[in-house]
Design a protein around this ligand. Structure first.
Ligand code: ZN
Length: 150
């Protein structure tokens, strides 16, 4: 992958146009705000837990195609998972987009999140792709301060 256009695969464009779970959760028991000043991406992530299982997760905000589609796909991949499972997916995803682990071999855990593997060739975009994940993490940790990627 050498062309920026290749980064914006159909599935990424589609999720950025029609993000999933894009709503406020009024009954959320965890929420956090995340901001990526480098790009201007800003999201709030809402979570409702059932014991240590993520019963519902959603987000709202604005950002570039990469950040928005990543947030959208994140909500789909962690919903119904336990906190430990969600943390594991985040670790794998982070390793993949920072180029520390190949997407190949991790498909079973990452599923369609592997469409973001090309992000590792565009370091500026890594913060876009991981913003929602860092924000989810902060929400679950109960952090009150907004998360910033800087
Ligand atoms: Zn961005």
């Amino acid at each position: 992958m050498s062309d920026l256009r290749d980064l914006y695969q159909d599935v990424i464009l589609e999720h950025s146009k029609t993000p999933r779970n894009y709503r406020e959760l009024p009954a959320a028991d965890h929420k956090a705000e995340g901001f990526n000043p480098l790009c201007g991406d800003r999201f709030t992530v809402y979570v409702t837990l059932d014991g240590d299982t993520i019963r519902d997760v959603s987000f709202q905000g604005s950002g570039c195609a990469i950040s928005k589609s990543s947030a959208s796909m994140m909500t789909q991949s962690v919903k119904g998972k336990t906190l430990a499972e969600a943390e594991k997916i985040f670790e794998r995803f982070h390793e993949m987009v920072t180029g520390h682990a190949p997407a190949a071999g991790n498909e079973s855990e990452l599923g369609k999140l592997t469409v973001f593997s090309g992000v590792s060739e565009f370091p500026v975009r890594v913060k876009c792709a991981t913003l929602a994940w860092h924000t989810l993490h902060a929400a679950l940790e109960g952090k009150q301060d907004a998360v910033s990627t800087e």
